[in-house]
Design a protein around this ligand. Structure first.
Ligand SMILES: [Zn+2]
Length: 78
């Protein structure tokens, strides 16, 4: 996250709020470490007006910190 951009970045763009994190089943395909599932609420903002709000889940390895983009496909089995 770039702290230098300051409040100007909030006028137009995407704002993300972390709702919570928990441990996900399975392991990292890169290093075998634990996987953390983070629920993020993303809000697209245009000139201070929130246009769209969407919650999504993001997976990342707790050991090597890689973002596991394709990881949710594993969970769709159930
Ligand atoms: Zn890893």
């Amino acid at each position: 996250m770039a702290a230098a951009s300051g409040a100007a970045a909030m006028l137009c763009g995407k704002e993300e709020k972390v709702l919570g994190a928990r441990k996900a089943p399975g392991s990292c395909p890169y290093c075998g470490g634990g996987v953390a599932a983070t629920d993020v609420e993303a809000t697209w903002v245009f000139c201070c007006l929130p246009l769209c709000r969407r919650a999504k889940r993001r997976f990342a390895c707790t050991a090597c910190a890689r973002r596991l983009v394709s990881y949710p496909a594993i969970l769709h089995d159930d």
